[in-house]
Design a protein around this ligand. Sequence first.
Ligand SMILES: Nc1ncnc2c1ncn2[C@@H]1O[C@H](COP(=O)(O)OP(=O)(O)OP(=O)(O)O)[C@@H](O)[C@H]1O
Length: 268
Amino acid sequence: MTMIATAESGGIALNGISLTYNRKRSTVSALQGIELDLAPDDFVCVLGPSGCGKSSLLNIVAGYLEPTEGTVLINGNEHTEPNAQVGVVFQHANLFPWLNIAKNIEFGVKMAKLPRAERKRRVNFYLDLVGLGQAGALLPHQLSGGMKQRAAIARTLATEPRIVLMDEPFSALDALTRESMQMHLRRIWLQTRKCIFFITHDVDEALLLGRRILIMHPNPGRIVQDFVNPVFVPEGEFSFSDARGGQAFAELRALLISQIANGSGNGS
Ligand SMILES: Nc1ncnc2c1ncn2[C@@H]1O[C@H](COP(=O)(O)OP(=O)(O)OP(=O)(O)O)[C@@H](O)[C@H]1O
């Protein structure tokens, strides 16, 4: 597999990131020596067995956790705490139940103290982008699980961050909704070309969505593969089920599953 270099101005650079958790009687090396450059329009999927440090890495990029060593640079500036340049979408939408969908989306934008007209423009634009143009007046409990998650994505995008971090955003959804969300996310990325850093346990999801794929292994948590996804479709719509049926897709899936299993101690 080919290694790629994506250092570009405007992107995100992780330099020498290590993270050690101190427990009562032991320490855990959750991350060690992470070097990573993310281009402004990357779509990076991160795969790896449980406990390899995926969420820890995301939390460091988000500014929620301070690394033991190393720095995160966004557009050349050191990034040490949560700010509007980094948006995060979690497994659960966590919408405010008392606010309608439009007001939920506007909430983050309001925090940025933007003029009212710009707030409205963004709410309408991002509602349309996630296919909820007709749902702005509904309350969260009136939405399906997939619609709620689309609203959460719109809420994050409306703050116009430089990078969107996603921690298994579709894992709580049923299979059909999940596939439709994957298609939505692909369309959103094609339209916005926003840098997306997407953690998943699902190899198919990574192969369908990621232009670039990282594989991490634990003990210590580290990146063992970083490659351009050879079955990524760069433009337009395509049938996910046809793609899954392709030979190159199936071979790569099998290879990645064995590489992930090697890291979990289940490999041969
Ligand atoms: N707050 C904490 N205190 C101590 N150890 C922690 C803490 N959070 C995570 N760890 C440990 O750090 C390592 C990496 O955890 P992390 O949650 O980042 O992995 P992950 O790849 O996201 O796992 P999963 O796929 O199961 O979510 C694991 O060994 C975990 O037990």
